[in-house]
Write a protein that binds this ligand. Sequence first.
Ligand code: TRP
Length: 510
Amino acid sequence: MIDHQLRRSLTRQCLLQELVDTPRSLSDVSEIGHRIPTCLVCVIIEQSLCLIFMFDIMHIYIIELQRVVMDVRETWATRLGFILAATGSAVGLGNIWRFPFLTGESGGAAFLVVYLALVLVVGLPVLLVEFVIGRRSKRNPIGAFDQLNHSQWKIAGAVGAIAGFIILSYYSVVGGWVIQYLLASFTGGYGTDAQAFFMSTASGPTTILFHAVFMALVAGIVALGVRNGLEKAATVMVPSVIILLVGMAIYGSTLSGAGEAYQYYLYPELSTLLTDAVSVLPAAAGQAFFTLSLGMGVMITYSSYLAEDRNLLRDSGLIVLIDTGIAILAGLVVFPFLFTQGVTPGEGGAGSIFISLAGAFNGLPAGTLIGGVFFFMLLLAALSSAFSIFEVVVSFTIDTFEITRVRASVLLGVIIFLIGIPTALDLTYLDTYDKFANNILLILGGLLLSLFIGWVYASDATHELRKGRAESWIGPVWINVVRYFVPPVLIITLGLAVIEYYDFIQSTFF
Ligand code: TRP
């Protein structure tokens, strides 16, 4: 047994070494590269609202997919593995379920504006912070700070691990909803009343059962080591999700409620934008971190397997682009259907995407078939994200308590399942967990990481970024943003979030 484990660990080490050592040409990414102009700021603002850009992203995926199919297998991990793993982690329920639901709850367009701004000026720099820490240390978030000789900053890893427990516990519950909708697609549809169907899905004993199924799948993926399969699934999953969403968005645009929906979603009231911005800041920042899988060390872990000659800026730009584009699309789907069904966005709440799509699929010819494909893709997206959270929690536990990986996976699977049970019984608990983990813990994690890179590790970090041949002006700009801009924004956000959370707890439970 020990011998077997040793051999596996040696093989893994050799593979990783090979991954790091293999010199690879940049020509393979140049194809992607020339599609991403230097000014990412302009790209995101200009193109994110435009469906054409989705086809561009799909094109990139198709080019890569063709290469992978035609090429030798070993190069998979070296060339695409990272982008796939990181996109697989980022694209998930956060984009398709959480983003439209929060936008609806927070008043629509003003939230969208603040969210987009935060993704750009905070999300992207913090993503680079995590990439730099990961590639520099070549360790998981806990080991990373030891490796960089700054052990006391491990507290950031611990904050991340706690966030991971909480997030995964209810993420798995929502994953269970997706499984239920998937099954419903094949067994008679989503009922006649989309809202009632959602309510019966979202809480109760069946919800707990499917929460257990989802959690077992996540733990099983780790135990069976089929992680690669999941990453490969991302090549199909991401374009499929995009195609389905584009199709539904186009269909949605023909509905009677579309005009009102776009007004609500895309046109902020300039007169109240500033006051609205302050009130939605905690939620928008929490969402920016959640959707990009930041503040928890996931991206540290993934970039720790990354080769030195990767252009970190380019990779992070691509990930942000895909992730943000999918979220915007999800909104373009959800709101027209909600308005047409006469459900106000606030009323839809956590059920927004499920209610709007079930209603839509019900009315379409072959709707349950399209629904089946959609929910299957959503399940893949949710699994690859959940997996990345679980990875961090498992490696934290292995490092801290020195137990085996399989044992840690089973144990943690059970613990996280138990923690999630209240959220499967009452949506109020789901809100309570969700706000605490995202608006407070992830922001705190991100703040600590930014302070570390900006104030303690700045010169090494800039050096690390430059290694990937990022344009030379990027390093100083980035480090100044991380040093002077990101921390104050996150401190203000955190303060507002704590006050808001206190009020929320008071008004909900007392
Ligand atoms: N980004 C994922 C989503 O949008 C969720 C997720 C995966 C996540 N890993 C994370 C969120 C780490 C926070 C931290 O669905």
